[in-house]
Design a binder for this molecule. Sequence first.
Ligand SMILES: NC(=O)c1ccc[n+]([C@@H]2O[C@H](COP(=O)([O-])OP(=O)(O)OC[C@H]3O[C@@H](n4cnc5c(N)ncnc54)[C@H](O)[C@@H]3O)[C@@H](O)[C@H]2O)c1
Length: 252
Amino acid sequence: MAAVTGAGAGLGRAAALALAGAGASVALNDLDELALAETVQAVEEAGGRAVGRVGDVSRKADVTGLVEAAVSAFGGLDVMHANAAISVYRDFETMTEADLDRVLDVDLRGALLCAQAAIAPMRERGGGSIVLMSSVQAFQGLPGCVVYAAAKAGLVAAVRTLSVEVGPLGIRVNAIAPGTIDTPMLHRDLEPMGSAEAAGFLTRVEAANSLGRIGRPEEIAELVVFLASDASSYVTGTCLVADGGFLAVKTI
Ligand SMILES: NC(=O)c1ccc[n+]([C@@H]2O[C@H](COP(=O)([O-])OP(=O)(O)OC[C@H]3O[C@@H](n4cnc5c(N)ncnc54)[C@H](O)[C@@H]3O)[C@@H](O)[C@H]2O)c1
């Protein structure tokens, strides 16, 4: 039994399909009702079991509603994948307080609420796996990303400390830090540039990692399945970077 937030698109949809493909029943969340329904349908068409709950991860009631949906539909919760986030690229000095608050609310506070809500049902089952979605932005600076980076770095720190708190309950806590992955978020982030500038930016991003390409959502979903499963039974308190070598390459 797994819960996935932000499952209506991109990495969340890929994770929902991969977890279901690995045999998990999935309780799925998204703000976007239509997108969420499409993912639920895709899981079911692939032979899996899914329930969808529309909600905003920055609202505690929506997060507890998702966990309750998993417990009532499937009998418990083994995996919480807090994936939902927004990226708001702004110059930090002039960024509005509303934008700053929204990024922290969704990306940091929302993920923490998900982790918190997962503990009681996991304790009930004698353990579980919490997987938070960080980013390479937690480790390397990119202009326009100060608040997003702060949120994503906060999750890496939270994973370490929470893993210590809940380890005795058999609950493992880890993060994933993807590099640039081909999702709707990436294309939205590139939109303000115009097509020529965006193409140039993507070419530079591709050149800035060892594999010479950006990633596919399915490549991150495989890591979610790994961290969710017993294959990672001795892995906790860490952040797995999956960035095609982006952090390994020095560009000057
Ligand atoms: N795409 C990348 O290159 C990349 C790189 C590093 C990390 N990430 C992280 O991966 C995760 C998924 O990113 P993505 O690229 O798939 O994004 P996306 O924008 O393509 O999809 C995100 C989904 O989350 C939903 N969502 C947004 N706010 C929400 C909220 N408050 N409550 C519930 N659902 C909400 C959206 O409706 C959407 O369906 C995010 O945590 C993101 O920060 C993405």
